[in-house]
Ligand binder design. Structure first.
Ligand SMILES: [Zn+2]
Length: 127
């Protein structure tokens, strides 16, 4: 039995991670969010500690990944590389089209920022 946890996605804010967590849990996958409360306590530290890590049991990694892929493959940490320098060292955030919809997470779009060359690039629309 594998009891170790594997990080499969990283989010700047816990609200973003909770969207994916809810989806995975609806498919009977147990999800752990590392540093969720640290980031909630002070969102400014998110960048310093590497964001909220979405983790699943190592034994469930493949199932979890396939579910996330069915939503948006670019949400998976290792599926994304910088469009400019191919780095995988980036942070991710959910960008909303306007402030009224900021309360409704379904209209968000994930955007990445490469930490090596500072290029911003977008993921596909969520849902
Ligand atoms: Zn880059």
């Amino acid at each position: 039995m594998e009891d170790s946890l594997t990080t499969i996605a990283v989010f700047q804010y816990s609200s973003e991670a909770l969207i994916i967590k809810g989806k995975l849990e609806s498919e009977n996958i147990r999800v752990f969010l590392a540093d969720e409360y640290t980031v909630d306590t002070d969102p400014l530290v998110s960048n310093a500690i590497g964001g909220v890590k979405l983790q699943v049991n190592t034994a469930q990694v493949e199932k979890a990944k396939s579910i996330i892929k069915s939503i948006d493959a670019s949400l998976l940490k290792e599926e994304v590389v910088c469009v400019k320098c191919k780095s995988t060292n980036f942070k991710m955030r959910l960008v909303f089209k306007n402030f009224i919809l900021k309360l409704i997470p379904l209209n968000g779009q994930f955007e990445y920022r490469c930490l090596d060359c500072n290029t911003n690039f977008k993921a596909k629309e969520l849902l």
